[in-house]
Design a protein around this ligand. Sequence first.
Ligand code: ZN
Ligand code: ZN
Length: 336
Amino acid sequence: MNLYFAANPDGSWVLVDAGVPGSAHKIREATAELFGPDSRPSAILLTHGHFDHIGAVKELAEEWDVPVYAHPMEMPYLTGQSSYPPPDPTVGGGAMAYMSFAYPKKPINIKNRLELLPSDGSVPVLEGWRWIHTPGHSPGHVSFFREEDRTLIVGDAFVTRDGESALAVMTEKREVHGPPAYFTSDWGSAHHSVEALCDLEPEIAAAGHGKPMRGQELRQQLERLVQDFWLVAVPKTGRYVHEPAVVDEFGVVSVPPPASNPVPKVLVVAGAVALAGLAWAAWGKRGGNHKGNGYNKKSRQQYTQRPYSHNRALHSVPPTIDPDHDDPNEHTNNYP
Ligand SMILES: [Zn+2]
Ligand SMILES: [Zn+2]
C-alpha cells in the first residue's frame, strides 16, 4: 500500500498514512532521503485507520513526538473503543480478499497522540489543502485535496489498481477501481464519496493502493466508476451489499449477518429436504387424515415474523468491547 509525504514551500511537511505493520524503518529511510537525516514531520494525517494505513503510526508518532490527525468518526477505531465492522471474505476477487481473515483485528490505541481534523475543512500544517469526508470504505474516511494544482490524496475511497487481484498487485497496472471490497462496509456511502471526488475534477490522484494517475485518463475512468459503480465496484454478493454496517461516533452499532457460504447452504437445504421427507413418510405411516397440501400457514407466518435478532444495539453491552472476543454466537461488533 502507499503513504505520502506532503510538504510546504517553507520545508515543513506531514506524513499521510503510516504503512503496513513493520514499515517504520522504511518510512524513516524515505524521510531521511527526502528531507534530510534529522528531519521530522509536523504531524501525521490519517485517511483512515485500517491496519495497512496505520502500521507504523504509533511508533513514529512517539519517536517524532507529533500529533496524529483523523476524522471524528474514525476515533473509536484508533482509541481501542471499537473494532471495525468485520471484513467480508466472501466478496471474491482474489487473494487479497481471501486472505482478509488473517488481517489484524484488534483496534489500536493512539489516544494520547490523536487530534481531530479541524471542522472548517482546513488541513493542519498543509497550506492550501482541505480534507473531504469520504465515508463508505470506513466511517471516518477522508481524502485530501489541493485546489491550486488539483492534487488529490484519495486514501481508499477509490484505488488505481484492481485492488483484490494478486496479478494487478504484481503488475501495478494503473486503472481506477472502487474501494477495496473486503473492508468496505457501506456501499451507498462509498458511491457518494466517489461521486464527490469525481466532481473535484482532480488532475492527480494518489490513492492508497496503486500508482498515481493523472489527467484526462484519470477523470474519464473516475466518471465511468461513478456511473457504473453498482455494476463494477460493488460485489455481486457479500455481507454489506444489501445492508450497511450501522455505526455512530462510539463505533459499530450493528452489522448484517455474515454472508452465507454457498456450500454449507446447499448442505443445509439438502438436510432440510431429507428431514421433510422423513416427516412426510412418518405422517403417511400414521395414516393421518390431513388432506391439505401440507402448507402450514401458521408456521410460515411465524417464520416471516421471526424477530431478526442478529443485530442489537450496543447500548445493552458494556461500552468497552473486548477486542479479543470472537465467539460467533455472540453478536457484538467484533469479528465473527
Ligand atoms: Zn482501507
Ligand atoms: Zn488500504
